[in-house]
Design a protein around this ligand. Structure first.
Ligand SMILES: O=P(O)(O)OC[C@H]1O[C@@H](O)[C@H](O)[C@@H](O)[C@@H]1O
Length: 304
């Protein structure tokens, strides 16, 4: 494989390799030790490393490498369905498909030139069209900025002759020191749909979110587009900035549920938290020829 389809305007590196199963991977690097690894299987970001090789994304030690399954960890794309809100497989089919490097993407709406990026593309196969009869193009640009920020821009285009609707999520597993020491800020006073109570609607009370049991919620219509995950022990705060993604999913399976998940270690729930920028409660509808854009920008701030 070569580097075509990848951009590199400052002297960062974009390397296309294969993993031991022969699946294509793209590694983006900068000079300050930051890197991101993206798999063509699922268009999934497998790893995002900050200065001095600090890993910011969680990957389970029991992750199963299977070309037809998403890896437990990283950032997976949930499309065109979230969870079981529809007739498709859990979280939709995009994360189980082989994506290709997009050699010639249409111009992206914004973006500085000082970045290293890769463009991926997913189009439906004939089998996909049998279960979801809508022709689409899903483009994903993954960018590693010179300061180590990771930006993901997804664009869905309707290339069908009829409108269609979909849900979307960046299913993001953050790596933590200890879940019981972590706070999430930016979701205070919002309404959420609680998946542990049949998607009943509640309102978040009080301060920042802290964790002492299983959590599986969709915070809806977030007026702020910034959410922060504060990890005191690691002395860092991950800042999540999003555009076009009104909802935020917060998920931790905690002790009992973890034991039922084969590709997650029994104690690993302590080292992970999913916080997903998403569009779920009100699915996105596209008319023929229309395009939707959803942006997720991740950065790290040292904290005390
Ligand atoms: O095991 P999966 O399919 O990756 O899903 C993991 C979790 O993903 C979360 O986003 C959902 O809210 C949970 O309900 C779900 O269990």
């Amino acid at each position: 494989m070569n580097n075509s389809g990848a951009g590199s305007d400052y002297v960062g590196a974009v390397e296309v390799t294969k993993d031991k199963n022969g699946i294509g991977q793209v590694v983006l690097r900068n000079h300050r030790g930051a890197s991101a690894r993206v798999s063509l299987q699922g268009g999934q970001v497998l790893s995002w490393k900050w200065e001095r090789g600090q890993e910011l994304l969680f990957t389970s030690s029991k992750a199963i490498i299977n070309p037809l399954k998403p890896l437990r960890g990283g950032i997976a794309i949930c499309f065109p369905q979230f969870r079981s809100r529809g007739s498709l497989e859990h979280h939709g089919f995009a994360r189980n498909k082989m994506w290709v490097i997009d050699q010639d993407p249409p111009p992206f709406p914004s973006g500085s030139s000082e970045k290293t990026y890769i463009d991926l593309l997913l189009k439906p196969s004939e089998d996909d069209l049998k279960i979801w009869p809508h022709s689409f193009e899903l483009r994903l640009r993954v960018t590693l900025a010179e300061d180590g920020y990771l930006t993901m821009i997804s664009r869905v285009r309707n290339v069908n002759s009829k409108p269609f609707s979909f849900s979307f999520a960046y299913h993001t597993y953050f790596s933590l020191s200890d879940i019981s020491e972590v706070r999430v800020e930016g979701l205070e006073t919002l309404d959420y749909l609680d998946n542990l109570y049949n998607q009943e609607r509640f309102t978040e009370q009080g301060d920042a979110l802290t964790f002492e049991s299983e959590v599986d919620r969709v915070y809806v219509d977030c007026c702020s587009n910034v959410v922060a995950v504060l990890d005191h022990e690691k002395k860092r705060t991950i800042v999540i900035r999003k555009e076009g993604l009104p909802d935020v999913v917060v998920w931790n399976p905690w002790e009992k549920k973890s034991k039922t998940i084969v590709d997650l270690g029994d104690e690993e729930y302590k080292q992970m938290l999913c916080v997903d920028g998403a569009a779920i409660e009100k699915p996105i509808t596209l008319k023929p020829g229309e395009e939707w854009t959803g942006l997720l920008d991740l950065s790290v701030v040292p904290s005390t």
